[in-house]
Write a protein that binds this ligand. Structure first.
Ligand code: SAH
Length: 215
């Protein structure tokens, strides 16, 4: 995918350079940031802010994550093209587009039907075809497991157990864990059938991960 409008293309390149200065170094992630038209994932009246490094509101009181956060989580995933990744919280679809751009086989779940439908339409129009599901991310997708990587883009208070069981041995999950005020970016590696290792990577603020589905 490439951004056809020169103005937005140069803004996306500028954003990627800014994230590199903030410490993102994974080339595949930076190239993806420079290639995905973020302005297509926000409301038309917010387009002028689309390439600023800040979160923006989307429908149903949710947010499109800050570009730095998207890049940081993507970098922690250390994705290789062809890896199978499960995202929880499709939201606007922007992060899913970044994962597609990196060349991953993408599965993504959203609990709001409205967001599921609108992100699917948008992604397909732009030529991205991740596997999108309307459902409760706490359940994961057992029928498509195991996954090389799992990325959670909403904040659970505790690590979702069922999702750990859907990781490949040797794979890992990136998840912001905490209460509504602040969360710790956490990596959980599955080292064996029943063994996991955890590491912490800084404070972030996400919308909460909530149970069940809504229209
Ligand atoms: N990755 C998104 C970030 C959206 S914010 C983007 O790039 O825009 C987090 C999203 O997670 C919201 O859309 C919210 O509705 C969704 N979410 C919260 N709890 C969920 C759950 N249990 N299952 C699936 N999605 C969930």
């Amino acid at each position: 995918m490439s951004i056809d409008s020169p103005k937005e293309k140069s803004e996306a390149i500028k954003l990627a350079k800014q994230l590199e200065r903030k410490g993102i170094s994974d080339k595949l992630v930076l190239e993806a940031i420079a290639s995905v038209p973020r302005h297509e994932f926000v409301d038309s009246d917010l387009r002028e802010y689309a390439y600023l490094d800040r979160p923006l509101p989307i429908e149903r009181n949710q947010t499109i994550s800050q570009p730095y956060t998207v890049a940081y989580q993507s970098e922690l995933l250390k994705l290789k093209p062809g890896e199978k990744v499960l995202e929880i919280g499709t939201g606007s679809g922007y992060q899913a587009a970044i994962l597609c751009e990196i060349g991953a086989e993408v599965y993504s779940i959203e609990r709001y039907e409205e967001l599921h439908n609108s992100s699917k339409k948008k992604l397909n129009l732009l030529g991205y075809y991740p596997n999108l599901f309307y459902g409760d991310g706490f359940e994961g997708l057992p029928e498509y497991a195991p996954f090389d990587k799992i990325l959670i883009t909403a904040a659970p208070e505790k690590i979702p157990e069922k999702l750990l069981q859907q990781l490949k041995i040797g794979g890992w999950m990136v998840v912001p864990v905490g209460d509504r005020r602040v969360q710790k970016m956490t990596i959980i590696r599955r080292t064996g059938e029943d063994t996991f290792e955890e590491s912490l990577h800084g404070d972030f603020i996400f919308v909460p991960m909530e149970k069940g589905t809504e229209k």
